[in-house]
Design a protein around this ligand. Structure first.
Ligand code: GLN
Length: 487
């Protein structure tokens, strides 16, 4: 078979499978073998579900040989390890859930399985999705395939690294404050955070429920639209799931950038933005202009408060969501003399330092006497931030912005939590407003990939895909990490 299957898009693989030029069993073996060879260096996977994948591949081949099946039938995929898959260990990269086997699958996972996906395994992340580098995984860090001395970003670092190096044709991640888009930018892949409510959160282990969204990481924009269509849609099991039917995200891809009104927020170009990233955004704007888009300056005046608001709201919700890990129903139970000691010992042993920091922050922010000063203020800021976007979207169709202020950094370089939090400046406001946003790679800076982000109105994912596709075709980003060459 073709030596470069790892370079094929999801759409191409689907076509090869449907035309029976390749069997799902062969494709699955190809990927399992690549994981075996590459993952000891990258460490993207927490668990590889080889037997399960082989049996699903046989099922897909049976479907395909009858001439049935859709674009994802028989195509391998991988899931971030906070997305439940019935019977498979779902750890959230936490000691607390190291042996947790969920009795059901997340709706997004279930939809993929029904579409014929072959799940290769579960991917590494920051513990409970809290972090930006995958260094907070309780098990091991994932390495950036472009430079193993650097982080892949986070918290969906395993997902971005696996897709970047061809250890999965696509992956499903989650984004609470940037966790799909920032690792996509750091690893040179495409990552979409859909509108809040577009993809069911049922079976996604909750971190901050008013911000969490599931979305795809892929190598191309077209693949991303294809995968999102498979996982989006209303789900009665998630009360925050939107009633909207998912649009046809692929239909308008080729319409081009002509006539699109694109806003560049002036507040985004400031100290802390690396020059290579600023250049990537400005070059992208020029390209879009030459493709017929109208570029203008816009303003998001409350951006400066977004990080402060997020780091109150997200920890507050996390302190409440994580209260369930008490050693009684879920996960790790530490031996202790009595019940209170057991709660304390189990939570002390089960959670890592970042999770503990957030639980303490959140509990404090919600406690009597401090609620008005912190949590309530943060919610008011959230409203102001949402209104900033509403004003911009009255005049512009999409916003173009950096995804992250820098390219991937070296391990240990962001040892201070506050400087790590500052790296979320361009992604967090989008979650606070519940908007969709996509990051796509547009170039390299010092040998590392850089992404830019398009932000759109609620449920206008199709327009984001159209803008991103136009830019992707114009940029033709073909650089690959050297490791990819291993075949
Ligand atoms: N980096 C952010 C945080 O640490 C976002 C994480 C996420 O989106 N899950 O909370």
């Amino acid at each position: 078979m073709d030596m470069r299957l790892s370079e094929c898009s999801v759409a191409e693989l689907g076509r090869l499978l449907r035309e029976r030029e390749l069997s799902a069993a062969e494709l699955t073996e190809y990927y399992l073998e690549r994981i075996e060879r590459l993952d000891p260096a990258v460490r993207a996977y927490i668990s590889v579900l080889a037997d399960d994948a082989r049996s699903r591949a046989r099922g897909a081949d049976a479907t395909l040989s009858e001439g049935a099946g859709g674009p994802l039938t028989g195509v391998p995929a991988a899931l971030k390890d906070n997305i439940c898959l019935a019977g498979a260990v779902t750890t959230c990269a936490s000691r607390t859930l190291a042996d947790f086997r969920p009795p059901y699958s997340a709706t997004a996972a279930e939809k993929l399985l029904r579409a014929g996906a072959v799940v290769l395994g579960k991917l590494n992340m920051d513990e409970f999705a809290m972090g930006s580098s995958t260094e907070y995984s309780a098990f091991f860090p994932t390495h950036n395939p472009w430079d193993l001395a650097r982080v892949p970003g986070g918290s969906s670092g395993g997902a971005a690294a696996a897709v970047a190096v061809g250890m999965a044709p696509y992956a499903i991640g989650s984004d609470t404050g940037g966790s799909i888009r920032q690792p996509a930018s750091f690893c040179g892949v495409v990552g979409m955070k859909p509108t809040y409510g577009a993809v069911s959160r049922y079976g996604l282990v909750a971190f901050a429920s008013s911000l969490d969204q599931i979305g795809p990481l892929t190598r191309t924009v077209a693949d991303n639209a294809l995968v999102l269509a498979a996982i989006a849609g209303h789900d009665p099991k998630d009360s925050t799931s939107a009633p909207n039917e998912p649009g046809d995200y692929s239909a308008g891809l080729a319409e081009g950038a002509r006539g699109l009104k694109i806003g560049l927020p002036k507040e985004f170009f400031r100290a802390g933005l690396a020059s290579g990233v600023e250049k990537a955004v400005r070059d992208s704007a020029r390209r879009l202009e030459s493709l017929g888009a109208e570029i203008g300056e816009c303003s998001l005046p409350h951006m400066d408060y977004a990080i402060a608001a997020y780091y109150l709201i997200a920890p507050a919700e996390c302190s409440s969501n994580l209260a369930r890990y008490d050693g009684v129903r879920y996960g790790l139970r530490a031996p202790a003399a009595d019940m209170i000691d057991m709660f304390q010992a189990s939570r002390s042993a089960g959670f890592g330092p970042e999770v503990k920091r957030r639980v303490m922050l959140g509990t404090y922010a919600l406690s009597a006497g401090y609620y008005d000063a912190y949590y309530l203020q943060a919610q008011k800021l959230r409203t102001l931030i949402r209104q900033d976007y509403e004003r911009v979207f009255a005049a512009y169709d999409v916003i173009l912005s950096p995804t992250a202020p820098t390219a991937a950094y070296r391990f240990g370089e962001m040892s201070d939590p506050l400087s790590m939090y500052m790296g979320d400046i361009y992604t967090i406001p989008v979650n606070l407003a519940g908007l969709p946003a996509i990051s796509l790679p547009v170039g390299l800076t010092d040998g590392m990939p850089v992404g830019v982000q398009f932000i759109g109105r609620h449920f206008e994912e199709a327009l984001l895909y159209r803008a991103a596709f136009a830019l992707e075709q114009s940029v033709a980003f073909t650089a690959r990490p050297a490791l990819t060459e291993v075949d």
